[in-house]
Design a protein around this ligand. Sequence first.
Ligand code: C5P
Length: 227
Amino acid sequence: MNSPLIIALDFPEADQAIRFSNKLDPALCRVKVGKELFTQAGPKLVETLMKKGFEVFLDLKFHDIPNTVAAACKAAANLGVWMVNVHALGGSAMMKAAREAIDDSSCKLIAVTLLTSMGREDLKEIGLMGEPLDIVGRLATLAKSCNLDGVVCSAMEAAMLKTKFGKDFCLVTPGIRPAGSSQDDQKRVMTPKEAIAGGSDYLVMGRPIREAPDPSRALQAILEEIA
Ligand code: C5P
């Protein structure tokens, strides 16, 4: 499946997520299950989505001691998800352990560099000095050196990372808004077309699809725009 779209199932309960997924075609997008939905609905929901034909990005952003993160990634891979992620700030020993734990599976492993909710002052407060973009570059370099498959990054950072790491290091970017749609609480957004042109491989989209009167048509329109 070569659609770059990953639709965020940011719902509080399984029923809502399943009802919404019925409006999507698994041949045209993947879905993302995050902390709220997974904590509420668990692996059973992930299995239901996979039975419907969806490839699932399990967005739990693991960050713990290497042994624990490796075991958690293994559990995710055993569940059969398409992609799982960890925090690069957990360090190289943690990322390498995660990589080794799922090397025998086809599950992709990516890292979150910096949370886009953190600005320069927030980073300084926890001892991370310097330009956020430099820190992102350093953490992505570390993730790549641990053989991770890619990173989550803002579309604004994608061009820099794509140039630095090449086409095989995948870039997953949220903060995507079709031209003319609401920015919601996202501060820096790009259109799907701009993000792909800038080097993003996968676009994570939530509200622009979830809140569309016809989600399937909205998704189709985005695919046509970036085709
Ligand atoms: O509704 P919207 O398109 O803004 O949803 C974006 C999705 O991507 C949400 O699930 C959000 O948690 C996630 N995300 C993000 N920014 C990040 C990392 C993840 O918006 N830096």
